[in-house]
Every structure is written in C-alpha cells, then in structure tokens.
Design a protein around this ligand. Sequence first.
Ligand code: GLU
Length: 428
Amino acid sequence: MSTAPQDEFNPRLNAEYQFNAAADHLQLDAGVREVLRRPDREMTVTIPVLMDNGKLHCFTGYRVQHNFTRGPCKGGIRFDLKVDLEEVRALAAWMTWKCAIVDIPFGGAKGGVECDPKVLSTGELERITRRYTATIMDILGPDRDVPAPDVGTNDQTMAWIMDTYSMHVRQASTAVVTGKPLALGGSKGRREATGRGLMIAMREALKTMKGMPDKVRVAVQGAGNVGAIGALLMHQAGHKIVALSDERGAIHDPKGLDLVAVTKWLDDQGRQPKDKRKFLDSYPATQLVPKEKLLEIDCDVLAPCAIENQIHSGNVERIKARLIVEGANGPTTSLADKALDERGIVVVPDILANAGGVTVSYFEWVQDRMGYFWPEAEVNQRLEEKIVGSFEEVHATAKKNNVSLRRAAYILALDRVASAYKLRGLFA
Ligand code: GLU
C-alpha cells in the first residue's frame, strides 16, 4: 500500500510513494512490483584524486542502475556536495519511468560524485571524472549504461568520460555517453532540449486548462541549463518571464524580464574564472527578491528547474500559480503534491516535463551509432513529436482514470516496464 513517506525530504521515499500508488492502481503482481521497486545494481566507489595543492583527496561516487528491462540504462551524472545514495536511487528510478513515458528504448540509471564543482579547478574536475569513469567502466557502455550531464556536469565532463572509456576499449566510442560537444558526436539541439521540452509540455498543458491565456506569466526557479534555456525559449514564444532565480537570489519584474539580456549576462558570467563568478543577486537594474520567495510570486505558471524538495508542506499553501511544470527532478515532495492536487493546481510531473533532455540524448545515441547526423530542425521536430505525443497519452490516462497527471504518468510508465518485464520472462 502507498502511505506518505515518514521523512518528507527523502527523495527515494518520495519516488517509492509515487511508484506504490501507481502499482496499487495497476494491481501489479507482488513479485513484479518488488523487482521494479528495487534498483537492479548499485555501485559505490572511492575516487582518490591528486588535488592542486599536492595532497590526495578521496571523493565518493555512485552509479545506480535502477532497471534495464527495456534497454541499456540511461541517466545523468551529478556533481554536488549533497549527492548521496538515497538521492541517486531516486534519480535512477525516475529515469526508468521517464524513458518509458517518452517510449525510448532505455532503462534508468543515475550517477553522482559528492563534490563541489564550484570550488574545484578544471584539472581537479577532469581527474575526478576520469578516475570515476575508469572505476565504474565495467558497467558502462553503449549497450549497457549511457551517462549524460546533470546538475554540476556539462559537455566537457562528457568529453572526458568519452575519452576515458575510449582509451580503455582501444577505439573511439562516442555512443557511451550523451550530451557531448558537437565535435565529439554530440547532437544539435541537445543543450536546449530539456528547456525546449519544458516549453512544449507547458504549452500542451495550457491547452487543456480552462480560463488560462495562451500567453502566460511564468516564474522560473533555477538559472542552469534547464531554467535559463527554458525561460529564454518561453520568452521567445511570447510568454512573460516575471521572475528567475539561482542559488543566491531571484530577479523579479511583473512586466516581464528581458530574457535575451539576462541570458547574455549569464553566459558572460560562465566565462568568468570561478572565484569571480557573479550570481543573479548582482544582476543590474532589476528588483531583487529572496530566492525562497520565487515560488510564491504572483504568476500563472511556476517552473521549478533546480533541485529536489523545493515545494513542500511548509510553502505549498502560498503557491499562487495555477500550473506547475517540473523542469527539475523531484522538486515537489509527495505531501506537497497531494496538497496541490487538492487545490486543483495542475502539475506536469518531472518525468514528463523534463523528458526532452533524455529524448534528445536518445537521438544523439542513435546518430552516434549510425555515424550520421541530423540537422537541428530535424532534432527539434522529432522532440516536438515525442513530447506532444507523450503529453497526450499521459493526459488521456489521467482523464480516463480521473487522476492527476503525475499519477497517470506513473501508471503509464509502470505498465510499459511491467509488460516488457513479463514478456521477457525470468532468466533462471
Ligand atoms: N540528467 C538528465 C535528466 O535527468 C538527462 C539524462 C540523459 O540525457 O540521459 O533527465
């Protein structure tokens, strides 16, 4: 039975709560249910690294493969101080459900290294990445497990992974990782894919809601790859971005921020050396608000695009948006999710709203394996079809069963993975 998690802020318990509720709905066989609940494989590794000061430091890394019934495992690698096994377990399970919803032939995995990329030099980051890759590489491979960027990692990190793996297998293996630079078999449109998918999911959700204008006021939490690019694409589509935040502060303009100028400013910051980097709290000539207030700002749509557990029982009642599109993984706790549902606030869940990233990762993997690359318009067109089609399926499931979009997304995903599992049968 699904009962609300004891610890509201444990992402693994939140993921399991949603899993259990959908499994109850599907009346999933108890044995199959246990198989799909558990991760298939978990790896915890020590990563000794020579730091710039000449001292040896041991970092801890993880790779959790939740399920590979439908294909090789797929999922990002996170570099963050708060990474732990419970978080990686949740993120890995969400990848399984996400890949099933957009119906791409992958299972789910996630990795992480407990470190603060903001204080590490480029050399230290490269040594961490290479040693981590070499240590887990027995379980990686284009047909086994294909990492990608996540919080704290980027295309350069993926290039180091590709090189480390390739040097070990004695051939250039581009399809072992996605989110790579274009020059190394990356896909056009991959960098923008999560933000683009988010924008499409928002547009599709708006069409189903009564009394919502088609051009809306959006507050975006997070100014990384998902938040900043998602906000820019929404702005370009004619929506008004009324607020944007990062880890230090939020900028707010009820008349709408000039996202082209904000993005340019953010890009310039990215080129600054780490110790000189600025945050949105030093963005010139806008109204600054504390970053926590972003979620409560007057807007039509809220897009949490940072990390887990941002919308919780302590702030959920103050949320004013009528629609939430989850660019981050797990930004809403299960308790808050229930409260939002009761208030009639529509939530496009993470495993659908941010699936644009892994969808174009899939396109990248396909292109690498073919050795033939598509123009950006083709990538975007295929992404559009995937997100629109998946949204329609989730929405139809929600209507049919009279449940929220999140519950419907889990029902659809679990059903797909469970059916595949039953077809394969048990190897014994
Ligand atoms: N890290 C992204 C996610 O959470 C992308 C994963 C991928 O492309 O494999 O969906």
